[in-house]
Design a protein around this ligand. Structure first.
Ligand code: 26V
Length: 811
C-alpha cells in the first residue's frame, strides 16, 4: 500500500503518543526525531523481513562484509531518501510546523570508524542494497565511536563520543541470536569417536549480542542487514561463581572487563600497536559473526561442504583476518571436516582487501600474547603456516624466502600474510596502489599467487554524496538530463553536452554560490567568523597524517600571506581555506600541526592589512555529517599526499562529484580521476611515483638543500621558531626539527614550489568564470564512474560471484 501524507501524519501523531504520551505541539525536537525514526524503521520492516525470506527461500549466495569499522553517519535522511518518502515526509512535518532538516540535525552520527576505511564500508553497504546484492555488514557495536574533537586554545582535545545517549532508533537487539566467544584457557587433545579432538577448558566465555540495523536499498524493496556485536557477561550482571564466594568486587570487575571489549573504537589509524584489547575485539566479532553465519547456513539444510557456494566473506583490511583461522576451527573441530576439505572451503570463502602500504599500519601480534588469548586459534595458525612454508620451500628451495613469507616469524604473527594465504582474492583499492602491492610490498606473494591479485578502485555512494547532500545540484541535473542517472550514475556523463552552455553554467554557478552562502552562515553561527561567499572555498578535510601533508597546504597559505604583506595590491581572488582533521590522540606531530593551522589562522584572520583576502577556518570535529555540508560548497579540493602513500582516497571522489576542481598529486585514485576528467580539468603537481621511489631507495633527498636554495621556504621555516607567529618559540620547534634535522619524511619542501604553482594556477583559472564552470561541469559529468555501485558490481562479478536479486513484494 502506498503511503500518503495524511497516513504519515496520522502515524506520526499516534507514534508520538504511544512513545511519549505527547501531542505534536508540546513535543521536543528530540522526541520528534525519535518518533519519526521509529516510524521509518517500521515502514522498512516488511521489506526487511521479506528480503530475508526471499534470500533464504531462493538459496541465493550471500556476502558478508567483515569490518572493524562502519562509518555510516546519520541514517534518517538517507533512509527517507532510499524509501522514496523524503518529500512526503517533509510536507507532512511542514503541516505540523516542523522543519525536516532541523529534525535530521538532532541525530547523532554513528561514527564507528576512523576515516576512509570505515566510510568505504558504509558506502559499500548502501550500494549492495541499492543494486540488489545480498550483502550484509558484520562488525562491532561500540558504545563510543570515534572521539569528538574540540579545539581549545588551538589544541585538539578529545571528548568521548556518547552516540547512544538518546538510544538508537535504527537497531534491533536480538538476544535470541547471541553467540558465545571463548578466550584464554587450555587446549588438550583427546581421542574420541576414533579421532583426535581438541578440548578447550578453563576459558572465559563472553556473550556476543547482535544488534541489527536495516540497510535500505534505493527504491528497490531490498533491505539488507548490518549486524553489530556487543559484549556482555554470560550470566548477565555478575560472575556468579565469585559472587557466591562473597567476592563481590571481583564479580563486578569481571563484568566491566567483558563489557570493555565493545566499549570503544580505537582512534589510532596510523600505528598498529599490539594491544591485547584490540586483538580481543577482533576475535570477538569475527567468531560471533562466523558462528551466526554457520548457524543460519545449517538451517537451510545444505551440506557444510558446499558452504563456499553460498557464502562469501570479505575481510576489510587485516583487522578481521583472524577469521581464516576461526572458520578452520569451526569446520574442523565443530563440523568434523578434514583439514584439506576445510582449507579449500575457507580459501574459496574469503577475499581480502589491503588499504595501506604504510608499514607502521601492518598488523602483527606477538606470539606469546596471541597464544595465551587464543590457544586453539594459535594452533591452527601454526598449522596453516607449517603447510604454507612447505609449499614455499618446494617452489623455491630457499630458506630466506621461507623466512620472508612465513606467517609466523621473528616472534610475530603477520596478519596480512594470514589473510593472503587464507583467501582466494587479494585486492588493492586503486590501480596505482594495486601495482605497488604487486611490485613491492607484497611482491613475494604476487609471484607465488599471481592469480589471487586484482584491483578494485574505491567508490562512493552518489545517493548520500550527491542526491542527498546537494539537493539543488541534483535537481538541476535531473531537470537537464532526466533522472536515469540516479539508478545509473554513469549517465551523469550526459551533462557534459552542457558544459559550455552559458545558461547551464550560470545555474551551476548559482547553486555553488547558494551552497557557499549556507555554509558562510554556518561558519558565522558556529565560529563567529565572517567569510566571503565570493572567495574561493579551498578545502582539505581528512584525517591528519604527515603523509597527507596538511603542512604543505599551510605553508602554501603562509607563502601567499607573505606575498600579500609585501604587496597589498597583489591581484588575487580572495580565498577561504578550510581544514577539518582529527589527529590520533597519541600522534604528537599531527597534534602540533593542528596547533600550527590554528595559530596561522588566528594571525591571518586578524590581520586587517590584507583586507580579508585570506581567511582560514579550522572546522571542529570533522565527521560524516560535516562532510555532507562542506563538500557541496567547495570550489577547490586538496588531495596532496606524497605520491605512493595514499592508497586511494575517497574524499577526492566526493568533491569531484560536487563540481570542485582538484589540486592533486598523481597518487591513489587521483590518477584515475585525472584520466577520467582529462588533465585540463584537474590541477596536477608534485613528484611522480618513480621520483618518490627513487629518492626513497637512493636516500638522495636532503630537505636542507631546499631550505637553503629557496628563500620562500627559508622564510616560512625560520618563522616557525622565531616568534613571528605570536606564540612561544618552542611551540613549533618539533615541526621545524621534523622538516630540517629529521629530513622531512614526506617531501614537503621538495614539492613546495610545484604546489605554489598549482595554487597560482587555480587563481588564474577561477578568474575566467566560463572556463572554470566548464571544468567544474566536466568533473561532475565524469564522476559517475566513481559511484560505489560500479565498484560493488565489480566485487560481485569478479570476487564474490553473487547475483543481483530482485525483491518481490507479493509473496
Ligand atoms: C589502521 C589501523 C592500524 C592499526 C591500528 C588501528 C587501525 C585502524 C584503522 C586503520 C586504517 C588504515 C587504513 C586506511 O584507512 N586506509 C585508507 O583506506 C581508504 C579506503 O580504501 C583509502 O581510500 C585511503 O587511501 C586509505 O588511507
Amino acid at each position: 500500500m502506498k503511503l500518503t501524507k495524511e497516513q504519515l501524519k496520522t502515524d506520526f501523531k499516534k507514534k508520538l503518543m504511544n512513545l511519549y504520551a505527547e501531542r505534536v505541539s508540546e513535543s521536543s525536537k528530540l522526541h520528534q526525531y525519535l518518533t519519526l525514526g521509529s516510524l521509518v524503521k517500521e515502514y522498512a520492516s516488511e521489506k526487511w523481513m521479506n528480503t530475508n525470506i526471499q534470500y533464504t527461500k531462493k538459496h541465493v549466495k550471500q556476502v558478508y562484509y567483515f569490518s572493524m569499522e562502519f562509518l555510516i553517519g546519520r541514517l534518517l535522511g538517507s533512509n527517507l531518501l532510499n524509501l522514496g518518502i523524503t518529500d512526503l515526509c517533509s510536507e507532512a512535518l511542514h503541516d505540523f510546523g516542523i522543519d525536516l532538516n532541523e529534525i535530521e540535525e538532532v541525530e547523532n552520527d554513528a561514527g564507528l570508524g576512523n576515516g576512509g576505511l570505515g566510510r568505504l564500508a558504509a558506502c559499500f553497504l548502501d550500494s549492495m542494497a541499492s543494486i540488489g546484492i545480498p550483502g550484509h555488514g558484520c562488525g562491532i557495536r561500540y558504545d563510543y565511536g570515534l572521539f569528538e574533537q574540540k579545539i581549545i586554545n588551538g589544541y585538539q582535545v578529545e571528548i568521548p563520543d556518547n552516540w547512544l545517549k538518546h538510544g538508537n532508533v535504527w537497531e534491533v537487539r536480538k538476544e535470541d541470536k547471541a553467540a558465545v566467544v571463548k578466550f584464554g584457557g587450555k587446549v588438550s587433545t583427546v581421542f574420541e569417536d576414533n579421532k583426535l579432538c581438541f578440548k578447550h577448558e578453563d576459558y572465559e566465555a563472553v556473550l556476543a549480542i547482535p544488534y541489527d540495523t536495516p540497510v535500505i536499498g534505493y527504491e528497490n524493496n531490498t533491505v539488507n542487514t548490518l549486524r553489530l556485536w556487543s559484549a556482555e557477561t554470560v550470566d548477565k550482571d555478575f560472575d556468579l561463581d565469585s559472587f557466591s564466594k562473597g567476592e563481590y568486587t571481583k564479580a563486578v570487575e569481571h563484568k566491566y572487563s567483558v563489557q570493555s571489549i565493545s566499549q570503544v573504537l580505537y582512534p589510532d589509524d596510523t600505528r598498529a600497536d599490539g594491544k591485547i584489547l584490540r586483538l580481543k575485539q577482533q576475535y570477538f566479532f569475527v567468531s560471533a559473526g562466523l558462528q551466526s553465519i554457520i548457524r543460519r547456513y545449517k538451517k537451510s539444510n545444505l551440506p557444510i561442504n558446499r558452504f563456499d557456494e553460498f557464502i562469501a566473506i570479505h575481510i576489510n583490511d587485516t583487522h578481521p583476518s583472524i577469521a581464516v583461522a576461526e572458520l578452520m576451527r569451526l569446520l574442523v573441530d565443530e563440523e568434523n571436516l578434514s583439514w584439506d576439505d576445510a582449507f579449500k572451503i575457507t580459501t574459496n570463502t574469503f577475499a581480502y582487501t589491503n588499504h595501506t602500504i604504510m608499514s607502521e599500519a601492518l598488523e602483527k601480534w606477538p606470539i606469546e600474547m596471541f597464544k595465551k588469548l587464543l590457544p586453539r586459534i594459535f594452533m591452527i595458525v601454526e598449522e596453516i603456516d607449517r603447510r604454507f612454508c612447505i609449499e614455499i620451500n618446494e617452489k623455491y628451495n630457499d630458506p630466506q624466502k621461507v623466512h620472508d613469507m612465513a606467517i609466523i616469524s621473528d616472534g610475530n604473527i603477520k596478519m596480512a600474510y594470514l589473510a593472503i594465504v587464507g583467501s582466494h582474492s587479494v585486492n588493492g583499492v586503486a590501480k596505482l596502489h594495486t601495482e605497488i602491492l604487486k611490485s613491492r610490498e607484497l611482491n613475494n606473494f604476487y609471484n607465488f599467487y599471481p592469480y589471487k591479485f586484482n584491483n578494485k578502485t574505491n567508490g562512493i555512494t552518489h545517493r548520500r554524496w550527491l542526491l542527498k547532500s546537494n539537493p539543488k545540484l541534483s535537481s538541476l541535473i535531473t531537470e537537464t538530463i532526466g533522472n536515469k542517472w540516479i539508478h545509473d550514475p554513469n549517465k551523469l556523463i550526459d551533462i557534459l553536452a552542457f558544459s559550455k552552455n552559458a545558461s547551464f553554467q550560470n545555474k551551476i554557478y548559482e547553486i555553488k554560490q547558494s551552497n557557499k552562502i549556507d555554509f558562510a552562515n554556518h561558519v558565522k553561527d558556529n565560529y563567529g567568523i565572517i567569510i566571503d561567499p565570493n572567495s574561493i572555498y579551498d578545502v582539505q578535510v581528512k584525517r591528519l597524517h604527515a603523509y597527507k601533508r596538511q603542512l604543505l597546504n599551510i605553508f602554501g597559505i603562509l607563502d601567499l600571506y607573505y606575498r600579500l604583506k609585501s604587496n597589498p595590491n597583489l591581484d588575487i581572488v580572495p580565498r577561504t581555506f578550510f581544514f577539518g582533521a582529527k589527529a590520533a590522540p597519541g600522534y604528537y606531530l599531527a597534534k602540533r600541526t593542528i596547533k600550527l593551522i590554528n595559530t596561522v589562522a588566528d594571525k591571518i584572520n586578524n590581520d586587517s592589512s590584507i583586507n580579508g583576502k585570506i581567511k582560514i577556518i579550522f572546522l571542529e570535529n570533522y565527521s560524516v555529517s560535516l562532510a555532507e555540508k562542506i563538500i557541496p560548497c567547495a570550489d577547490v579540493s586538496e588531495q596532496i599526499s606524497t605520491t605512493t602513500k595514499e592508497a586511494s582516497g575517497t574524499g577526492n571522489m566526493k568533491f569531484m562529484m560536487n563540481g570542485a576542481i582538484t589540486v592533486a598529486t598523481l597518487d591513489g585514485a587521483n590518477v584515475e580521476m585525472s584520466e577520467a576528467v582529462g588533465e585540463n580539468n584537474i590541477v596536477i603537481f608534485g613528484m611522480k611515483k618513480d621520483d618518490v621511489i627513487d629518492l626513497e631507495k637512493n636516500k638522495t633527498y636532503h630537505s636542507i638543500d631546499y631550505y637553503n636554495s629557496d628563500s620562500r621556504i627559508k622564510f616560512i621555516i625560520d618563522n616557525l621558531i622565531n616568534g613571528s607567529l605570536d606564540v612561544p618559540t618552542s611551540e613549533f620547534a618539533d615541526i621545524h626539527k621534523y622538516l630540517i634535522a629529521n629530513n622531512d619524511e614526506y617531501f614537503v619542501l621538495k614539492d613546495f614550489d610545484s604546489y605554489i604553482n598549482a595554487e597560482n594556477k587555480i587563481d588564474g583559472l577561477y578568474k575566467n568564470r566560463g572556463k572554470w564552470l566548464e571544468m567544474s561541469i566536466s568533473n561532475i559529468a565524469h564522476s559517475g564512474v566513481f559511484s560505489s555501485d560500479n565498484t560493488i558490481e565489480q566485487y560481485s562479478k569478479e570476487i564474490w560471484n553473487t547475483d543481483r536479486i530482485t525483491i518481490n513484494m507479493h509473496h
